[in-house]
Design a protein around this ligand. Structure first.
Ligand code: HEM
Length: 456
């Protein structure tokens, strides 16, 4: 029987940190699954952990506890400014993993609905068939850039670029802007705080410039649709929601593609089943989101009032770390029967990777489309694909929140590039007409010039 604990009362104070499992410590190559199981044995379905030295949160290990928290916004707020550590000045919210921004993700109640509705409606207008062609075109062009070499890093040469280029195309911009946005996003998520700050400032310029351009010249794209939405978000609000779309989709989709390729390259049973069309790409993605989930944990909710959860006594202002990976290992949802012949985990469609409740991911169909099309293109174009190094030599991200590879070096049979599929919408036309006045340089142009200067 586990005793009831709370951060403030029954648990050891700051002088006795041993009780708090340190999630920031190095991750074993095999992943954290053994740790999740040990924590469940020691604490039940909710465990006290540290995500940085001295930064304590409750980790939700139970499947039902995660669902309960996600689905009860009246008890658990998304507004990280309510976190006691923030209120009392011990944590600042300027980093990507501990942040607050004026966007739908961090809003509750009516404000959440006001900010989320234009996002959902704009994503609902995306032509998925046309987008599939765009994903395929971008994926083919990325493959073209390395296919003749017979080797590539599928993370840095492929998976890190595909999602951001697709989202950029849904903003109605040529690929060059997408490459710039990819670089800026990488800086934002950089471990180096100084570089991260610079990235945030550049990203703000990108989205402010994008919104200003779309305000002047609307098109058929996500930002124009959000600007035209009857809810009436102002330009700054639209810029923040557009940034949220990019930030939510980038790392998660990159690591979904990377972890799925890793699964195919290291699990011969699944690879054979996939090659023989016994397992669809969608089933493969569900398997990876269940058993090798890119979002292991997510700093996600702040208790609005004192409450019990599992064996823990939560106090108002405590932070809860959603535990997607631990939830998927919860014995209450693990299937007793062995995995079927294909190697795919039973029940994997019940994964929580896209969240649940009012904040559930509005981009999940798009995420699946990007990942599945991206994987199909690799499957079709790279013959004889295999890992270039032993699996044990691969480096996994050390973040307590993510499971993703730094690089995935592979070899394959070299082939000739296939060449551009359809011309990229060319650089912005600067002269409106032969006789018209030259269009002034805008913020996005200036940012693109800065970025081109950096790349030499
Ligand atoms: C594999 C890829 C993806 C994963 C695993 C993922 C996962 C999630 C999760 C778990 C949440 C909820 C967070 C919470 O409740 O605190 C979320 C929210 C969100 N996601 Fe995704 N996402 C992915 C891709 C995308 C894409 C492609 C888009 C858009 C094109 C997108 C847009 C959003 C937005 C706007 C939110 C905030 C919704 C709200 O707070 O109401 N995501 N995502």
């Amino acid at each position: 029987m586990t005793t009831i604990r709370s951060h403030g009362e029954n648990t050891p104070g700051p002088g006795c940190p041993a009780q708090y499992t340190r999630l920031y410590e190095p991750v074993p190559e095999s992943g954290r699954d053994a740790l999740w199981t040990r924590l469940r044995e020691e604490h039940g379905t909710v465990a006290p952990v540290e995500i940085e030295p001295g930064v304590r949160v409750w980790l939700l290990l139970g499947y039902q506890e995660n669902l309960t928290v996600l689905q009860q916004p009246h008890l658990f707020s998304r507004d990280t400014r309510r976190w006691r550590e923030v209120v009392e000045g011990r944590v600042d919210l300027s980093r990507p993993s501990f942040s607050w921004r004026p966007n739908a993700l961090y809003a509750d109640g009516a404000e959440h609905t006001r900010l989320r509705t234009p996002i959902v409606d704009a994503l609902g207008r995306v032509d998925m068939a046309a987008t599939e062609r765009t994903v395929r075109r971008i994926a083919d062009e990325l493959v073209d850039s390395f296919v003749a070499d017979g080797r590539a890093d599928l993370v840095s040469d492929y998976a890190a670029h595909l999602p951001v280029l697709v989202i950029n195309s849904l903003y109605g911009l040529p690929d060059s802007y997408g490459h710039m946005l990819g670089d800026i996003t990488a800086i934002v998520f950089d471990q180096d705080a100084k570089r991260g700050e610079e990235g945030v400032a550049r990203m703000h310029q990108y989205f402010a410039g994008l919104v200003a351009r779309k305000r002047n010249r609307p098109g058929q794209d996500l930002v124009s649709w959000m600007l035209q939405h009857p809810i009436g978000l102002n330009d700054d609000e639209v810029a923040h929601q557009a940034a949220l779309i990019n930030n939510s989709s980038h790392m998660s989709s990159t690591h979904l593609i990377g972890n799925t390729m890793w699964t195919l390259l290291t699990d011969p049973r699944i690879r054979t089943a996939h090659t023989e069309a016994l397992v669809s790409v969608q089933a493969l993605l569900d398997h990876v989101m269940w058993s090798n989930t890119p979002f292991q944990t997510l700093l996600g909710r702040i208790a609005r009032q004192d409450t019990h959860l599992g064996n823990a006594q939560i106090r108002a202002g405590d932070a809860l770390l959603l535990g997607f990976a631990p939830a998927h290992l919860d014995p209450s949802v693990q299937r007793d029967e062995p995995e079927n012949d294909t190697g795919i985990a039973g029940g994997s469609r019940a994964h929580l990777m896209f969240g649940a409740g009012p904040h559930a991911c509005p981009g999940r169909e798009l995420a699946r489309l990007i990942a599945s099309t991206g994987l199909s293109v690799l499957h079709e174009r790279l013959a004889g694909l295999q890992l270039e190094v032993a699996p044990g030599q691969l480096r996994w991200a050390q973040s307590p929140f993510l499971r993703g590879l730094h690089e995935l070096p592979v070899t394959f049979v070299p082939a000739a590039p296939e060449g551009p599929r359809s011309p990229e919408p060319g650089p912005r036309v600067r002269k409106a007409a032969a006789t018209g006045p030259e269009e002034p340089e805008d913020l996005l142009d200036r940012l693109l010039n800065w970025w081109r200067g950096l790349r030499g």
